[in-house]
Design a protein around this ligand. Structure first.
Ligand code: TA6
Length: 308
């Protein structure tokens, strides 16, 4: 029996949840219910697709994404954990931590009474994890696929010393065109501008993107909206225990240099990432659980007032 057979036998839900060998032969799970469909790679517990019924895909996946062991997938929702960006002390360690490139274990799958589907993953404590992150902890990731996509990354400190972590759910959203998008909910927030030597600035008005953008917004508990004039839709983002929002678009030159993006790929995606980074990093006390939560849903787009 293959690993895929074993997974289907243990966790499969007839007509709703199936494990399969996806691109590069990597194990994936596909969920289809009356509300939505989604694909998740077990490597990184990396969601690569989410499409509510009768909607265009909400999550963007690069047509040139590569699927290989130990390599992060360009697009979808990579999990950045237990550090966001470069390691704060050892810059040679992998950017965005290691959770996005390790195989996660499936611990539970459930068909919920409202027709949505839940799947829970756990990050195994492998030798790599123990070496790179010498703290006792349990990390789970719960994904609920419905008309709303709900994600919860829970970190429990099972040791006797506090530890500090930074993290993000690095969501790539599919958009009609980068020129026709604005992001709301960050007005007045301070941000560190990575394309300007991490200078601290303050956001005036809504965020629009007209060049390479790589910003860590700090102290951002409010909900966000990505308004897309071209696709005529709004993506609503609601967060819990997340004080940072990262907005990233590599623009033309960087896209052309990246092996896993099409040169014009930057026009069709924007990253709006929910997490806790830099000064918003979280201290997890012994016995405590920190739960980073986020929910995405499509709201109605009104031409007249742009409200939902
Ligand atoms: O979240 C923004 C960012 O940290 C950018 O600086 C950019 O490099 C991006 O993530 C992608 O990182 P990756 O390691 O996946 O190439």
């Amino acid at each position: 029996m293959t690993d895929i057979d074993r997974l289907n036998r243990t966790f499969g839900i007839s007509g709703q949840l199936v494990f399969f060998a996806g691109p590069g032969g990597m194990p994936f799970v596909r969920i289809c219910n009356r509300h939505a469909s989604a694909d998740i790679a077990l490597q990184g517990a990396h969601l690569t697709a989410w499409q509510p019924t009768d909607e265009a895909p909400v999550v963007w996946l690069s047509p040139k994404a590569t699927f290989a062991p130990g390599k992060s997938i360009r697009g979808g929702i990579p999990i950045c954990w237990p550090w966001f960006g470069a390691h704060p002390v050892h810059p040679h360690l992998p950017a965005h931590g290691f959770a996005r490139t390790l195989a996660w274990r499936v611990v539970e799958c459930a068909a919920l009474p409202d027709g949505s589907t839940r799947i829970m993953f756990e990050l195994p404590r492998t030798d790599t994890v123990r070496t790179l992150w010498p703290h006792s902890c349990r990390v789970t990731y719960t994904v609920t696929i419905g008309r709303t996509l709900t994600l919860e990354l829970a970190t429990t400190n099972t040791g006797s010393h506090p530890f500090i972590l930074s993290e993000a759910l690095h969501a790539y959203f599919a958009i009609g065109d980068i020129d026709a998008v604005r992001i709301m909910g960050l007005e007045g927030c301070d941000y560190l501008d990575k394309v300007d030597g991490f200078r601290r600035k303050t956001q005036k008005g809504e965020v629009t993107i007209a060049g390479e953008t790589d910003r860590i917004y700090l102290g951002t508990p409010a909900d966000h909206i990505i308004e897309d004039q071209k696709l005529q839709r709004r993506i609503h983002i609601t967060k819990r225990q997340s004080r940072s929002t990262i907005v990233w678009n590599p623009w033309a030159d960087k896209s052309a240099q990246m092996g896993d993006m099409e040169p014009e790929g930057y026009r069709r995606m924007v990253c709006v990432e929910s997490g806790n980074a830099v000064e918003d990093a979280v201290t997890v006390m012994p016995g405590a659980t920190h739960r980073l939560g986020v929910a995405y849903r499509i709201g109605v787009f009104s031409k007249a007032v742009g409200t939902s």
